[in-house]
Every structure is written in C-alpha cells, then in structure tokens.
Design a protein around this ligand. Structure first.
Ligand SMILES: NC(=O)c1ccc[n+]([C@@H]2O[C@H](COP(=O)([O-])OP(=O)(O)OC[C@H]3O[C@@H](n4cnc5c(N)ncnc54)[C@H](OP(=O)(O)O)[C@@H]3O)[C@@H](O)[C@H]2O)c1
Length: 338
C-alpha cells in the first residue's frame, strides 16, 4: 500500500494560528475492507472554517481532535475499490482531510460523490461548484432573496464564496458591489467577475471612508448584504442598508483569531426593520442539487470563471492556510497533491 503523507493538528492556537500548530507525518495506507475505496487526492481545499475547528471552544461543529488528520474537503481519483458502486478511475469529491490518500467507507451516506469532469475541471468541485459556491447560493437565494434591480454587497468579494455570489447575483439582475483588500483584487472583481463596483477596504480604511465609498457605489442604498468579514466593515455597510433589507451572515473572518468584533450600531436593525440571518451551508443539504446545477452551468458556460491560488504538495498546506486567513489567496485556495 502507498505511503501517505498527512498533516495533523498537533496543538491548539493561542490567539493567531501558526505553522507549529500542525505536524507532518507519514503513514502506510491500510488494506481495504469490504465496501471501502482508496482515494488518491488530487486537490485539498483550504477553507476559513478550519480555523474555528482548531479551537476547543463551543461552536456549531465539534473541534478538530488533536493528533488526528486535519479535516478538509478533497477531490481525487479512486485508485483501489472494494465497493461495487465505485471503479478505479472514478473522480470523486469527499472529506478526505489534509493527506495524500484516504480510505473511505463508500457506503456511508454523503461520504463520497462521483463528479463529471467533462465541462467542469475537477478542482472547481471544491470551489465554485462545491461547498463555497453553494454557500453563496444559499445566502443569496434563501436569505437575501433579491428582486431584479436590487443592490447587493458582498465582502471578501474575490474569494471562493464572493466570486460565486457575484455571478449568481448578476444572473438575477442585481447591482453587485464588492468589498475586497487591494487594487488588484478590486480590478479583477470589476473586470473579470462582473461586479458593478468594488471598494478597496485598504484604501477606504475606516467606517466613515467606507460608508462614503458605499454611498457612491450604491446610489439606491443596499438591499442585501452577504457578510464574510464582520467588524468595522459591517458597521459601514449597516449605515447604508435600506428599510426591509436583508443580511446573510455567512462568516466573520476578521474575528477568527479571537479578536472581539463589537457592533457599533445594532439599533439600525430595528430602525430599518432588517432581517439578519446566520446560516451553515452543511445544514441545508436540500438546496445542494439545485445550487450545484446552477453553479455548474455558470462555470460550464464560462459565465463564472473562478480563479484559484494553488500551493504545491501537502507540506505546503499550513502556510497556505495561514495565508488564506490573511488574504494572501486570490480566489479559491487549494493544495495540489498530484
Ligand atoms: N456559513 C457557512 O456555511 C460558510 C461556508 C463557507 C464559507 N463561509 C465563510 O465565508 C467567508 C469566505 O470564505 P471563502 O472560502 O470564500 O474564503 P476566501 O474569501 O477565499 O478567503 C478569505 C478572504 O477573507 C478576507 N479576509 C481575511 N481576513 C480579513 C480581515 N481581517 N478583514 C477583511 N477581510 C479579510 C481575505 O480577502 P481580502 O484580501 O479581500 O481581504 C481573504 O482572501 C469566510 O468568512 C468563511 O468562514 C461560511
């Protein structure tokens, strides 16, 4: 059986996550039992939620246990099978973790899904046509529920979720405004992702400046906000929200290292009769088929051309992950393993 390089969570972060929280080890892949398949991972997905799992505190999901392979989405190829439903060569998406191979009980519900790479490249099943894409879809369609002509805003606009959000919102006739870090990301947002405008929060770096930039970019106010960041950026957006507007509370990455994110003006939720709803995409499996169908069509027809930042080899995963938490990624952050 092949040797499998793995990354374990060795110890929990004290404040900011650091590379020494992780440990690289090698192990033999075990022989397969009936019903199992051996998957060789081509790509590992790195996602902000992993930072929360590294903590021991109460959350919507259990903590990542110490000394075990880090949790993570993977796409790859079946290289050995003792399951009649899977053949060698099948391309699959699963939760294989930060390692080169995984042994999967392929009969377990949701453990593995075959994917078609004819029109959608394999890696995109971890991004636009995977969990991040469905996240954008859920927040937009089920929470913001825009009408044609509505103005919607998204933070972390050029990331895996934000870029899918733009394509989905444009398809519904919205004015779409992004907030992102840096001139390059903003240029990419308007020139390639279809955003009508994008505001660089490194230039408009406080509540007043951001609220002013938003007023210019959103002359009719904001009907829907897809929140990925939290903190002062959310405070600024709140100042421009319309009556009966909606906020899909998807992520608050600015606070993932433990910094408090106080809210300056919660009374605006009352004054504007706003709906503010948090959600976890894995709790809404009922929407995945419809969402993946739409996202697959957008990618297959070239209307959504997601960008990827790809680190090479499993040993590069910790640094790539820490970079993601600091905005060093440009689009979906992946690790290429083959
Ligand atoms: N609720 C759910 O079920 C669910 C599912 C998936 C993802 N999410 C959330 O969705 C958000 C986006 O995820 P993603 O996978 O698409 O990641 P991503 O946007 O590809 O990468 C994270 C981005 O966050 C931005 N960022 C990081 N620290 C920041 C800070 N302090 N202030 C402002 N921006 C910061 C950076 O972009 P800039 O360079 O532009 O700042 C960075 O590129 C995250 O908050 C994640 O936790 C939630």
């Amino acid at each position: 059986m092949p040797i499998n390089q793995q990354i374990l969570l060795d110890n929990r972060p004290q404040g900011e996550a650091v590379a020494s929280n992780f440990k690289l080890v090698s192990a033999e892949t075990p022989a397969l039992a009936d019903g199992q398949v051996l998957v060789r991972h081509h790509y590992l997905s790195l996602d902000p939620y992993m930072r929360g799992r590294m903590n021991e505190s109460k959350s919507y999901a259990a903590s990542q246990p110490l000394g075990e392979v880090m949790i993570g989405g993977t796409v790859g190829e079946v290289v050995e099978s003792r399951n009649a439903k899977y053949a060698v060569g099948d391309k699959v998406v699963g939760m294989g973790g930060w390692q080169e191979y995984s042994v999967v009980d392929a009969n377990a519900p949701g453990a593995l899904r075959k994917v078609d790479t004819t029109h959608v490249p394999l890696s995109h099943y971890l991004g636009a046509v995977g969990m991040p894409g469905v996240t954008a879809w859920y927040g937009l369609v089920k929470i913001i529920a825009p009408k044609e002509g509505d103005t919607v805003v998204v933070s972390a606009a050029t990331g895996a979720v934000g870029s899918a959000f733009a394509a989905l919102a444009k398809a519904r006739g919205c004015r779409v405004v992004g907030i992102a870090g840096g001139a390059d990301k903003c240029k990419y947002a308007t020139e390639e992702l279809g955003f009508d405008a994008c505001i660089d929060y490194k230039v408009h770096g406080d509540v007043k400046a951001m609220a002013k930039a938003l007023k210019e970019a959103c002359p009719n106010g904001i009907d829907g906000y897809f929140e990925n960041v939290g903190g002062w950026i959310m405070d600024a957006v709140m100042l421009r929200m319309n009556a009966f507007s909606r906020i899909a509370l998807c992520g608050m990455i600015a606070g993932y290292d433990g910094a408090p994110l106080p809210m300056a003006n919660p009374a605006l939720m009352l004054i504007n009769r706003m709906k503010v709803e948090g959600f976890i995409v894995s709790e809404h499996m009922e929407v995945w088929p419809d969402a993946l169908k739409e996202l697959g069509t957008l990618v297959g027809t070239g209307k959504l051309r997601p960008r990827e930042t790809i680190a090479q080899g499993i040993a590069a995963a910790p640094e790539a992950f820490l970079g993601l938490l600091k905005g060093k990624n440009f689009g979906k952050q992946l690790v290429k393993l083959v």
